[in-house]
Write a protein that binds this ligand. Structure first.
Ligand code: B12
Ligand code: SF4
Ligand code: SF4
Length: 390
């Protein structure tokens, strides 16, 4: 909301008054960025179609199957007229230094709570306020999962511009924030869209991306992105991708860490998302001792739950292999006996990259027992890399 806004002189019950009250409440609820825009077909709808047709969305079928719904927010709320776009900062502490045996998680995933669980109740409170102000109002709050190009609507609502790294960036507080939207059939007083693109000649994000996933300014090939590979991609990762993960266990922040607009550190932090640098370095070996139930207890309420136990352990085994430390042998031998074939397969690969006399006998013993075809292929390759099994 802009200082000295004329909204302050607004009349009760008018769109200006309703918008003002919603914005005030949103700020109290911890949304550092708030703006509104009309519900209309986003300019990026055509771009989204091309992006998917180019194969850039990989296996994220939820984008493809709901493509038509992105045409207009009324697919989410019939009669939609307006959106209140909200940004919630999650902290911009500096990069965490990692030790051997640790993996890195993206900043948005640090902390004790999954952001969806934190933001939805706040959206409900905003929705309740809107219904008090306009009792006939229809309203729906969304975070992340609805067919809505949140960044483009954020830009339309004046929250920031879409950078060459595809993030929505605010000129005062950078890009370390979540987006959420309150969609309604009411008229609101709209903000001025952010039309300037403040990236200028900078291309730090394109140059720093470890996998060259930013194939052109503002164009992301998600299949190459570590965030996609470590979180969204289920199943095995091709061998070349395993090495490219470096130490990212869950998500990736590189294209934001290098962005000059994030130097100031991330604006106002909501208490639920205080940067917790120490929790972003995760000890990998203990993960292999977690049963399904223990994993659920530890991670059910966090963002890391999205990969489920098998996805996180897959990533952990690959990272331990990349780190090449013999201290990881015990954990990976445990992974070799895991009930999940995905974890066994990744553990085989990890063990194949470590030099320790216990490994070959253990791999041979496992091959004699193993009945999963993919794990058998990994085992044969690890025992004899001359085969073209994997
Ligand atoms: C699918 C998805 C992903 C995918 C694909 C990301 C991508 N860039 O498309 C993957 C898994 C890779 C991913 C990764 C991350 N994500 Co994500 N993701 C989403 C999700 C669910 C949908 C995005 C989508 O529809 N992508 C398709 C592309 C085509 O659309 P778009 O990027 O939103 O919008 C583009 C068009 O409008 C386009 N456009 C319009 N017209 C034109 C014309 C031309 C010529 C061009 C070039 C572009 C263009 O500009 C936008 C940017 O490319 C959104 C939530 C949502 N519903 O929007 C979160 C969301 C975008 N993700 C978010 C976050 C935080 C991340 C990560 C930082 C997490 C992490 N640390 O690992 C990374 C960042 C990686 C990156 N550089 O984008 C936040 C971003 C907040 C912000 N400040 O921008 C969102 C909004 C979630 C949320 N509710 O907070 N994500
Ligand atoms: S999140 Fe990481 S891998 Fe994905 S585009 Fe950004 S720097 Fe590249
Ligand atoms: S790193 Fe540079 S080019 Fe990339 S988003 Fe930030 S300002 Fe734009």
């Amino acid at each position: 909301m802009r200082k000295g806004s004329k909204l302050k002189e607004s009349v009760p019950g008018t769109p200006a008054e309703i918008t003002l009250r919603l914005k005030e409440r949103a700020h109290q609820l911890g949304f550092g960025l708030v703006g509104s825009c009309p519900a209309r077909t986003p300019a990026g709808f055509e771009y989204l179609k091309q992006w998917i047709a180019s194969g850039y969305s990989g296996q994220m079928r939820y984008l493809q199957t709901r493509l038509d719904a992105y045409a207009h927010p009324r697919s989410i709320l019939p009669g939609a007229r307006s959106l209140l776009m909200l940004g919630c900062h999650y902290g911009g502490a500096g990069p965490t230094s990692l030790g051997v045996g640790q993996g890195r998680i993206a900043r948005y995933a640090a902390g004790a709570a999954d952001y969806h669980d934190v933001l939805h109740p706040r959206l409900r409170q905003l929705g309740d306020l809107l219904k008090q102000l306009a009792p006939a109002a229809k309203v729906r709050g969304v975070v992340d999962t609805a067919p809505l190009l949140e960044r483009e609507f954020g830009q339309q609502a004046g929250l920031g511009w879409i950078g060459k790294n595809t993030m929505l960036i605010n000129r005062h507080s950078g890009s370390w924030f979540f987006l959420a939207a309150l969609i309604t059939d009411q008229w609101l007083a709209y903000d001025v869209p952010e039309t300037a693109n403040r990236c200028g000649t900078c291309r730090a994000c394109l140059d720093a991306c470890p996998t060259r996933a930013l194939v052109a300014p503002g164009v992301l090939d998600a299949r190459r992105c570590l965030s996609y590979r470590t979180i969204e991609l289920r199943g095995s990762l091709p061998p070349a991708w395993r090495r490219e993960m470096r130490d990212w266990l869950f998500g990736c922040d590189v294209c934001q860490e290098v962005c000059p607009w994030n130097r100031r550190g991330g604006g106002v932090e909501a208490t639920d998302f205080q940067g917790m640098p120490e929790s972003r370095a995760v000890e990998l070996a203990p993960l292999f001792s977690l049963t399904d139930e223990a994993f659920r207890r530890s991670f059910r309420r966090t963002a890391l739950w999205r990969t489920k136990r098998r996805g996180l352990l897959r990533n952990a085994a690959l990272l331990l292999g990349n780190q090449g430390s013999s201290e990881a042998v015990e954990a990976l031998l445990q992974g070799l006996r895991d009930p999940e074939p995905l974890v066994r397969a990744a553990s085989v690969w990890g063990l194949g990259r470590l030099g320790d006399p216990r490994i070959r006998p253990a791999l041979r013993a496992r091959l004699a027992l193993e009945d999963d075809p993919e794990v058998r292929l990994e085992l044969r390759y690890a025992l004899d890399p001359a085969t073209d099994a994997v």
